[in-house]
Design a protein around this ligand. Sequence first.
Ligand SMILES: *[C@@H]1O[C@H](CO)[C@@H](O)[C@H](O)[C@H]1NC(C)=O
Length: 248
Amino acid sequence: MMMVVCVLASFIVKGKLVQGWTAGHATFYGGSDATGTMGGACGYGNMYSAGYGTNTAALSNALFNNGVVCGACYQIRCDDKKAPQWCLSGKSFTITATNFCPPNNALPNDNGGWCNLPLQHFDMAQPAFLQIAKYKAGIVPVVYRRVSCKKTGGIYFTVNGRDYFELVLINNVGGRGDITATWIKGSNTEWHQMKRNWGENWQSDSYLNGQSLPFRVTSSNGRNLTMLNVVPSNWQFGQTFASSLNFK
Ligand SMILES: *[C@@H]1O[C@H](CO)[C@@H](O)[C@H](O)[C@H]1NC(C)=O
């Protein structure tokens, strides 16, 4: 009886420690310098200039949610109770969701179809994976939790597209990391809401050439940031501008 109580007690303590963590799996892709992880379904393009470096992962459908979580941060730990031989014990690492890991329904969920529904899978950039597990592991069980994104500097805005079709890439977002709504205003226009085109590329169909462009963004926790004086009136398509503000 005494024995049972002790076992139960230690189980409860462990349960408390991992509170808020969810079980999933992780693999890696790309090379040691993150080659092969550039671009991706969130539209961030070059991971280094976008501020993410190699601290990134592609998420399975169950997590990616059609790009709604682009920019969100997850702390990931290899589950060394399940795979002590493959895990770097006690290590965790935080990645930003920058890509989509597509399902492969030709392969079974437990043998190559890691990103099939309903699996919660992180296909991590190789250097990120090697922070929590051994290279030879290939695939490891993990536990993960959503955490606040710690970013240096302000939110970046890259204005792509063409006349009457501005496609604004928003990245380096702190706090919740993901954006749920965006507004733009030309010096000659009213504030108007942009719509998500793909990933973190937001679209306006206004004529904004030659106008300075303030932005307002809403994070997934409902907080807003209004950034005046981000883009000066002499902006050109393809240029990136850093605001001085960010979510914490
Ligand atoms: C953020 O902005 C939206 C749209 O203008 C508004 O509905 C919402 O109340 C704002 N949230 C906060 C916390 O101010």
